[in-house]
Design a binder for this molecule. Structure first.
Ligand code: NAI
Ligand code: MG
Length: 484
């Protein structure tokens, strides 16, 4: 019997599970075989109105009066509840997204870590004092933004719940969350857990549904004080336009074309498994996937041969087979990735390595063979467009300056990996890369909740994770006191 959930297709507004105004539901499909896993509510503008109003009442009421200590305690309790339900949440996540179970399990752990981390951070957001004129005392108080709107994607639903709500709740904002229509069942369950641990009504509101309906209604809502969005650059532009119309700030995380730079003195035994994993993890559907590998020409043939051998050994299968790579999220995403591969074939880009489909991979699943291609010319779309699938492109470079030129040569700038044993070069290159995170002799696609994260250029702006997020979700108020 395929796994199904009986989570009700309801929104969570003002502390109650309620039917959507549309009275309609959306079926959630398992990418491993296409079976229906469950249903979510099809929320629309009316539901968003109710959710924003509930958040405003919470912010002006009980939730707004909650002390930092109490908020921290609630977040910590939610972290513990998530740990206690790790296996249940991981099953839900794996069936909803198709990701291998081991990845779903580590995602749920990371979700718990967000609430542990921000639970501990809630009462450590300090203000400042500023020396001023004689007879004056100046205080800088960090206040919450108010009602925050959160629109997130389907690639890591559970983790994204923690990433986007953790810091917002820790700092006392009242939140409205619109997750992705492709996958968000774990979020419905996480919201149930949040209600159980005692978050007051209106602190967390969940409206599920389509981007064009519920999402657009949320991002353009006049009652929102701050917007957080993770997803495509195209929708990121729409979100930023809405934010501009309403004069509210926003944080945008819009993906990347993140490079791994492999210099001739790199420790290849250390580097190559990480390079492969950084593109097959979550079937390449990670904003910080390492989707370009730049290799110094003197070791190009050797590295390409070794990468090809590793790519050929990768097997793809359903989530329950628990291999290193699962299906992509949907038919649409499958077609998108297949389109990139087909155009590359027509353009004569050599395929150097290719993973295999496991025999358990159903024909009805959205499987893509992980593919290594190269050399890819810099003016080919594969060298600069985000594929969001298990597709790794190899590009040769001559020297350090050439490597930097290529690495910085796309419109994106999210993260990068640098492989070299030369310490001076490590820091030189790290400082010149126009990205938000640089890994020296390592790579971390996804995790690291303690580490500030965000992009430059088309990858977006603002920072999430770590203490930086606590700053994003607060705003400085200057209080000037004349006691002379
Ligand atoms: P998307 O940007 O359309 O969806 C992300 C979120 O935005 C979802 O919750 C969706 O419902 C919402 N949304 C969609 N249209 C909206 C609108 N008009 N107003 C407000 N909210 C809206 O991304 P999609 O279609 O799922 O994927 C397309 C491509 O975007 C992918 O192939 C990938 O390249 C990129 N992407 C990048 C992600 C990242 O983590 N940086 C995550 C998801 C997609
Ligand atoms: Mg879309």
């Amino acid at each position: 019997m395929p796994f199904t959930t009986d989570l009700p297709p309801l929104n969570y507004i003002d502390g109650h599970w309620v039917r959507p105004a549309s009275n309609a539901a959306i079926e959630m499909i398992c990418p491993s075989d296409g079976h229906v896993v469950g249903q979510i509510a099809r929320g629309n503008a009316q539901d968003i109105d109710a959710a924003v109003a509930a958040a405003r009442r919470a912010f002006d009421g009980e939730w707004g009066r909650t002390t930092a200590t109490e908020r921290g305690r609630l977040l910590s309790r939610l972290g513990l509840a998530i740990l206690a339900h790790q296996e249940e949440l991981a099953q839900l996540e794996a069936n909803d997204t198709g990701k291998p179970l081991k990845l779903a399990r580590s995602d749920v752990l990371a979700t718990a870590r967000y609430f542990e981390y921000y639970g501990g951070g809630a009462d450590k957001v300090h203000g400042d004092t500023i020396p001023f004129l004689d007879g004056y005392q100046v205080m800088i108080v960090r206040e919450p933004r108010g009602v925050t709107g959160h629109i997130i994607p389907w690639n890591y639903p559970a983790q994204m719940f923690g990433r986007t709500l953790g810091a917002a709740l820790a700092t006392g904002n009242a939140t409205v969350l619109k997750p992705a229509e492709e996958a968000c069942l774990s979020i419905v369950r996480l919201t149930q857990l949040a209600a159980e641990v005692g978050f007051p009504a209106g602190a967390i509101n969940l409206v599920t549904g389509y981007g064009e309906e519920a999402g657009a209604a949320l991002s353009s809502h006049k009652g929102i004080d701050f917007l957080s969005f993770t997803g495509s650059p195209e929708v990121g532009t729409l979100i930023q336009k809405s934010a501009a119309d309403n004069h509210v700030p926003c944080v945008l995380e819009l993906g990347g074309k993140s490079p791994q730079l492999v210099f001739e003195d790199a420790d290849l035994d250390k580097a190559l498994p990480v390079v492969i994993n950084a593109i097959i993890q979550n079937a390449g559907q990670t904003c910080s996937a390492g989707s370009r590998v730049l290799v110094q020409r003197s070791i190009y043939e050797k590295v390409v041969a070794a990468l090809a051998a590793r790519m050929n050994a990768v097997r793809v299968g359903p989530h329950e087979a628990d291999l290193d790579c699962g299906p992509v999220i949907s038919k649409v995403q499958h077609e998108r990735v297949a389109g990139f591969l087909e155009r590359a074939r027509q353009d004569g880009i050599p395929v150097i390595g290719e993973g295999r489909l496991d025999e358990r991979a159903a024909r009805s699943g959205f499987f893509v063979k992980p593919t290594l291609l190269g050399p890819v010319p810099l003016d080919h779309e594969l060298a600069y467009e985000e594929v969001f699938g298990p597709v790794l492109v190899v590009i040769p470079f001559d020297d350090e300056n050439d490597a930097l030129r290529i690495a910085n040569g796309t419109e994106y700038g999210l993260i990068a990996g640098v492989w070299t044993e030369n310490g001076a070069r490590q820091i030189r290159v790290a400082k010149k890369l126009r990205v938000g995170q640089v890994y020296l002799n390592g790579y971390g696609a996804g995790g690291g909740i303690e580490l500030p994260f965000g992009g430059f250029k088309r990858s977006g702006h603002g920072r999430e994770k770590g203490f930086e997020a606590l700053r994003e979700y607060t705003v400085a108020k200057t209080i000037v006191m004349n006691h002379g």
